[in-house]
Design a binder for this molecule. Structure first.
Ligand code: F6R
Length: 368
């Protein structure tokens, strides 16, 4: 059942192109985006003036990415919050608030309680979920299923890419209902999304050098991850995967924050992974990241740079360069997450740990 792989996680990482393709399937009917179970009218969607994404762990990171897409496409404010905090701080909610609850298992107690709280305050609730018939979709007004297939590895991989994908669909559906994007623009975005599975498949073929690198840095005492814009949640996700699987100290930062504190951590030999934006689609942020990378390298740290293929400007400052296929800016997390998953998995393997069952963790956390 592991299909020749050592761990389910290895198999699930390889299944990511299919997970994204399956999640997209059937959500475009030729004229627009269609969501699965929608017990909300287009009118209900049109009046939404505020979105909260509530989730935990990796699902929360998918929400952080969604914020960039939804605000850009729909021009409504989006807040993203860990479910356990949201529930207990008296957030401002009403009928025109959409609360998006993202959960692989659909049973996470913190997320479920957050959505119940939102419903009591009359907010609309939309679930993004991988598990049919689970509690979170049952208690929601609308559902977008992630069709990633069952995920056995405790550390989430293909479900994360599925969540990102489903969140984009939610954003496009909202933009459509609100009229902030033309139909043909939405069709074009969907079309771009359908090209992503191939780009992920290509990315997976480029991972052998990352596996080698993982061996080399498996004895480091910590690893830092930096990114900006949608690369920032990817950095957080990379750090979480490393903590979970390799029990290593890892932290993700917004690269712009480096000079406001974390730069004090930079020392000789410290591996620092930098998720770099495209020099073509995001030249401004690219140049800012470039100066971060130079600074880090100048202080003797080991720069591991994730960049778009053909980005020649970063090469001189990268002690290790991972070049990935070019995709539209908002969709980069679907690609840039992959090497970070591989890095964490291979470091854990080098240390002899069980990739499927990290210590102290459970696949679904049903207590608050
Ligand atoms: C990370 C991980 C956890 C879960 C979190 C939410 O690899 O597995 O952080 O993402 O417990 O779980 P779901 O998505 O089932 O609500």
């Amino acid at each position: 059942e592991k299909g020749g792989f050592e761990f389910f996680m290895d198999k699930e990482i390889e299944e990511q192109p299919a997970a994204v393709a399956q999640t997209l399937l059937g959500h475009f009917d030729g004229s627009g985006i269609v969501l699965d179970e929608l017990r909300l009218s287009e009118d209900d969607l049109r009046t939404i003036d505020k979105v909260f994404v509530v989730a935990c762990g990796t699902a929360y990171h998918s929400g952080l990415v969604a914020k960039y897409a939804i605000e850009h496409w729909c021009r409504i404010p989006v807040e993203v919050e860990v479910a356990s905090e949201f529930r207990y701080r008296d957030p401002v909610l009403n009928r025109d608030t959409l609360v998006v609850a993202v959960s692989q298992s659909g049973e996470t107690a913190d997320t479920l309680e957050a959505l119940r709280h939102a419903r009591r305050q009359k907010a609309r609730v939309l679930a993004v979920c991988n598990t049919n018939g689970s509690q979170i979709p049952r208690e929601s007004d609308a559902v977008v299923y992630i069709h990633a297939g069952p995920e056995i590895g405790v550390a989430s991989t293909k479900a994360f890419l599925g969540m990102l994908t489903a969140n984009y669909l939610v954003g496009l559906a909202l933009a459509q209902a609100r009229g902030t994007k033309y139909r043909d623009e939405i069709a074009r975005e969907y079309e771009e999304l359908t090209k992503i599975p191939d780009a992920i498949a290509t990315t997976l073929t480029l991972m052998d050098p990352v596996r080698k690198l993982a061996q080399e840095i498996s004895t480091a005492k910590a690893i830092l991850f930096l990114g900006r814009h949608v690369g920032y949640p990817v950095a957080l996700e990379g750090a979480l995967k490393l903590k979970e699987l390799a029990y290593m100290h890892a932290e993700g930062f917004a690269a712009g924050e480096l000079k406001h504190g974390p730069i004090a951590l930079i020392e000789e030999g410290l591996p620092v992974v930098i998720v770099t934006p495209s020099p073509v689609t995001d030249p401004l942020l690219h140049s800012k990241l470039l100066s971060n990378i130079r600074e880090i390298q100048a202080r003797g740290a080991r720069t591991i740079v994730i960049a778009e293929e053909g980005d020649e400007t970063v090469a001189p400052f990268a002690d290790f360069l991972i070049e990935l296929p070019k995709v539209p800016k908002l969709y980069q997390p679907l690609i840039t997450t992959v090497p970070l998953q591989i890095l964490a998995a291979e470091i854990a393997r080098a240390k002899g740990f069980d990739l499927d069952k990290p210590r102290n963790l459970a696949k679904s956390v049903t207590v608050e």
